[in-house]
Design a protein around this ligand. Structure first.
Ligand code: PLP
Length: 223
């Protein structure tokens, strides 16, 4: 299927989810996750109108960036090693996976401009997933005040691969609750207005629960 065909299906489902909860489609940013696909397919995605592109490995992001560069806004969505921050920090619009002070410190040292960061939270508690535990989120954001280049725009989570809609909904709901508790702190460096949650199998549920950024790979560009 072409990206345009996939996108039409996704937009329809996004609209349905928006109607259910009285939200507007333009409140939601679609990040096309291109980690499985080629540069050609990524260019097809951009031509279809999706200019926010997500990659989870620095090497692959740099590889695509060499060719595509400024035609897209690049989002780093994977686990980031401190020593690789310098390679991508001047190329990305946002980092969705911040959960370590060592990475925040590198962002601060290596960037000239403030960088939009999402704090990754591990709601499901799965050992294999990265991200902070709920109780550590506000203390972590508090510590980030020392790094003036780190601008906390929101929270991110990855839901487990399950089909149970109620379980997924409850995870997204919890992330939203934590986000609201961060907003209440009125941190100058952490407005935390955004929720990066929802992937190919659950984006419609995430939208109903307040997602502002959905990250879609397989259902959009294929896998
Ligand atoms: C791969 C990936 C996605 C997209 O996954 P799909 O299920 O293919 O939509 C979203 N977010 C992160 C962090 C990923 O690594």
């Amino acid at each position: 299927m072409s990206v345009t065909e996939n996108l039409a299906i996704i937009r329809e489902k996004m609209e349905q989810a928006c109607r259910k909860v009285n939200r507007q489609l333009d409140e939601i940013t679609v990040i096309g996750v291109t980690k499985y696909v080629t540069i050609e397919r990524t260019e097809e995605l951009i031509a279809a109108g999706i200019t926010n592109v997500g990659e989870n490995r620095t090497e692959e992001l740099l590889h695509k960036y060499e060719t595509i560069a400024k035609k897209a806004n690049w989002h780093f969505i994977g686990t980031l090693q401190s020593r690789k921050v310098k390679d991508i920090v001047d190329k990305v619009s946002a980092i969705h996976s911040l959960d370590r002070l060592s990475v925040a410190k590198q962002i601060n040292n290596r960037s000239d401009e403030p960088i939009d960061c999402f704090i990754q939270v591990n709601i499901s508690g799965e050992e294999t997933k990265h991200g902070l535990r709920e109780e550590d989120v506000i203390p972590f954001i508090n510590e980030l005040q020392q790094f003036e280049k780190v601008h906390v725009v929101g929270l991110m989570t990855m839901a487990p691969h399950v089909d149970n809609e109620e379980e997924l909904r409850s995870i997204f709901r919890q992330l939203r609750k934590i986000k609201e508790s961060v907003v209440e702190q009125k941190f100058a460096h952490a407005p935390c207005n955004y929720l990066s949650m929802g992937m190919s199998n659950d984006y419609h549920i995430a939208i109903e629960e307040g997602a502002t950024h959905i990250r879609i790979g397989s259902k959009l560009v294929g896998s």
